[in-house]
Design a protein around this ligand. Structure first.
Ligand SMILES: Cc1ncc(COP(=O)(O)O)c(C=O)c1O
Length: 395
């Protein structure tokens, strides 16, 4: 496959796979093997020397994983991709590949809690410093980029405040200084946003979320230029070893086939629930791309996203205990971290996904004690709404 005329929905089903190369099997086969035999000792030598194409050992590559990587590269409009055992394995492989001791990372004003933890670790162990930036204008960026800035790292929408960063603007400024721009595209999936087509260099996914879509895999993906992907594959992935299992890659290939259909439904349900929450007297603030108090976000949303997505954050009037009481009243909606699953999930960032972030930093990121993050699932919106409504009545 790889025909440019196919649309996203078709690529999500077919890209990267040719059944003629696999005994006509309609579905990509699962190569559940740790290693690959060489026909001769010399062939093994050639493969290790990189003089002959072919698989060696599943930490270094596997045919099922390769199909997933090719499909993800196509969907994200990149040249190549690598799959990892978790989103954090992907984030750490990229950041360690791009930086060395003494470097600086410019980061969006808010990131997933464990990414924050990794930035702290890089600072404490290797003197790789970071700053958080709103990245709201050319002037802000030019002031905050340093001579030792090795990369710009962005989440947009930012987890969990749903604030947006203008990717085209950041990519333009970064390009003038040859600084790679890395985007965590977990909240959008390539169906809603393709940062590489906006000039960014590297895309990361927690594939645990929308890419999988069924809540049964922990995985990560990195997409970028072939040379960079080769570099990561031969260094920070091979030697640190956060490789995906073939079975998890196989499950992700299955999940990807329905990504556009699922995303449409997540978005449709979320749009309806946003209207309901926005007008509810017990809801204090609402955070949703294109529908929040953030100045300029509407414009950015229309510029770079196909739809606002399926995650809504909102705060309730009251205290941390009010927010927790509300969560405890929910019957259909499950209390769980993660997002992008068929089930609607709710979590309390201050005590869950962002509990590792010190309180003052958390407040700067806009995470207060009454903020809740709702990952809208695929259930009937009426049932989700009725559950939220009855729980809000009880606080
Ligand atoms: C935006 C974002 N990036 C990265 C990660 C880490 O992914 P994983 O849990 O698959 O390691 C998460 C997890 O929630 C996330 O929300």
């Amino acid at each position: 496959m790889g025909n440019e005329k196919f649309r996203f929905e078709t690529e999500a089903v077919h890209s990267g796979y040719c059944s003629n190369e696999h005994q006509g099997s309609l579905v990509p086969p699962l190569y559940q093997t740790s290693t690959f035999t060489f026909s001769t000792a010399e062939q093994g030598e050639r493969r290790f020397a990189g003089q002959e194409e072919g698989f060696i050992y599943s930490r270094l590559g596997n045919p099922t994983v390769k199909i997933l990587e090719d499909r993800m590269a196509k969907l994200e409009k990149g040249e190549a991709a690598l799959a990892f055992s978790s989103g954090m394995a992907a984030v750490s492989a990229v950041l360690t590949a791009l930086t060395k001791a003494g470097d600086h990372i410019l980061c969006s004003q808010g990131v997933y809690g464990c990414t924050f933890g990794l930035l702290q670790l890089l600072k404490e162990k290797y003197n790789i410093n970071h700053d958080f930036s709103l990245m709201a204008s050319k002037e802000i960026l030019e002031e905050e980029i340093r001579t030792n800035t090795a990369c710009i790292y962005i989440e947009t929408p930012i987890n969990p405040t749903m604030k947006l960063v203008d990717l085209e603007l950041v990519a333009r400024i970064a390009k003038q200084r040859c600084i790679p721009v890395v985007v965590d595209n977990t909240f959008c999936s390539p169906y809603l946003q393709t940062p590489i087509s906006l000039g960014c260099d590297i895309v990361i996914h927690s594939a645990t979320k929308y890419i999988c879509g069924h809540g049964d895999v922990i995985a990560g993906i990195v997409v970028g230029k072939s040379d960079f992907i080769k570099q990561v594959s031969r260094t920070t992935q091979k030697d640190i070893g956060g490789t995906i299992s073939p079975f998890d890659a196989w499950l992700l290939l299955r999940g990807l086939k329905t990504l556009p259909v699922r995303m449409d439904r997540h978005c449709e349900n979320a749009n309806i629930l946003v209207e309901f929450l926005r007008n509810h007297p017990k809801v204090e603030k609402l955070y949703f791309p294109g529908n929040s108090d953030y100045i300029d976000d509407n414009k950015i949303m229309h510029k770079q996203m196909k739809k606002p997505g399926g995650v809504i954050s909102f705060s309730v009037i009251g205290t941390k205990e009010t927010a927790q009481l509300f969560m405890n009243q929910l019957q259909l909606v499950k209390i769980a971290v993660s997002l992008g699953d068929a089930e609607t999930l709710i979590q309390h960032p201050a005590t869950m996904t962002h509990a590792v972030v010190p309180e003052d930093e958390r407040r700067k990121m806009g995470i207060n004690d009454t903020l809740l993050r709702l990952s809208v699932g695929l259930e009937a919106w009426q049932d989700i709404q009725e559950d939220i409504e009855q729980a809000l009545k009880k606080i």
